[in-house]
Ligand binder design. Structure first.
Ligand code: AHM
Ligand code: MG
Length: 336
């Protein structure tokens, strides 16, 4: 009767995290409270994203509302919701958002021990045509709660204590790791709860898909060019890989996680450090990939070993199935 049990014994994300945290005797529920506020932000954004097409149809977007304010753009709105939810959780001390030039230092009366780095709504070019977009987040602990400094944020990704993303697609899926593997939760809209649907996600050791913006090929370096050439014309006589590229990091990484393969945003002649941001794009996704048994590489080293010098710094990244990332590492080693 296990299917019956599954239907009546719902493992919500809160219950799951409470279970995980109960393994640590010193845990006092702070992380669970923090996560609940992140989840609230995700639910809000999910709701706004699903209504945004309708709002456009009814001519709401871009119009002024009753207070005479312009309707806020979705990414700006999402950022406000996350910042307010995180500050009011009372569990954060520093926030870094893709939308804000400067880091936010939480006032002492509302301060907690966690640092949250996030991209509230990633994949902005996909918003207006209804393609999947997402939220990405990473969590660190501060060293000295009474004295938070920017250095607390500029830690290598391997020091994160948790990372995750929420994808606003055909369903709303939240994928989370607290350093004990990766689990996926799907929002049940009728309950308003994220329910555990993807237990202990492991990425296939090798995949059949490569994912990259090939429009930049003219400016790639030699190892990337060779690697992609080999995806299409494999020298060992194996079948060519399929190409999938959505242009939303969350959606491209989510597919890579479930189906296997490799996602790449390399350096190119125009952008020496690629496009993706270290703190709230490269680090959380690399953390999740490693936790799922995959790898993340920058072209020079393990992505989680980058020591960022600025909060909006960028880095090239190659992440996905263990063996596929081994191949690109070999291309770089051969070129060195
Ligand atoms: P954004 O923060 O402006 O949305 O840019 C980030 C997005 C990622 O989601 C995605 O992987 C990448 O940009 C796609 O870039 P490109 O359009 O250059 O292929
Ligand atoms: Mg982004």
């Amino acid at each position: 009767h296990s299917s019956e049990a599954r239907r009546t014994d719902l493992m919500t994300i809160t219950r799951h995290v409470l279970n995980e945290q109960s393994k640590y005797p010193e845990s006092r529920g702070d992380f669970t409270i923090l996560l609940n506020h992140i989840v609230l932000g995700c639910k809000f954004v999910c709701n706004s994203v699903s209504k945004s097409g309708l709002a456009k149809l009814l001519g709401l977007a871009g119009e002024t509302n009753v207070q005479g304010e312009q309707q806020k753009k979705l990414d700006v709105l999402s950022n406000e919701v996350f910042v307010k939810a995180l500050v009011s959780s009372g569990r954060t001390c520093i926030l870094v958002s893709e939308e804000d030039e400067e880091a936010t230092f939480v006032e002492p009366s509302k301060r907690g021990k966690y640092i949250v780095v996030f991209d509230p709504l990633d994949g902005s070019s996909n918003i207006d045509c209804g393609v999947s977009i997402g939220t990405i987040f990473g969590i660190y602990s501060v060293k000295d709660m009474d004295n938070p400094t920017l250095n607390d944020v500029l830690q290598p990704g391997k020091d994160m204590i948790a990372a995750g993303y929420c994808m606003y697609g055909s369903s709303c899926t939240l994928v989370l790791s607290t350093g004990n593997g990766v689990n996926g939760f799907t929002l049940d809209p009728s309950l308003g709860e994220f329910i555990l649907t993807h237990v202990d996600i492991k990425i296939p050791k090798r995949g059949k898909i490569y994912s990259i913006n090939e429009g930049n090929a003219k400016n790639w370096d030699m190892p990337t060019t060779r690697y992609v050439q080999n995806c299409k014309f494999p020298e060992d006589g194996s079948s060519p890989k399929s190409l999938r590229y959505i242009g939303s990091m969350v959606a491209d990484v989510h597919r890579t996680m479930l189906y296997g393969g490799i996602f790449m945003y390399p350096a190119d002649k125009k952008s020496q450090n690629g496009k993706l941001r270290v703190l709230y794009e490269v680090f959380p996704m690399s953390f999740l990939m490693e936790q799922a048994g995959g790898q993340a590489f920058t072209g020079k080293k393990r992505a989680l070993e980058i020591v960022p010098e600025a909060i909006h710094e960028r880095s090239p990244v190659f992440l996905g199935s263990y063996d596929d990332v081994e191949d690109i590492k070999a291309m770089y080693a051969a070129a060195a």
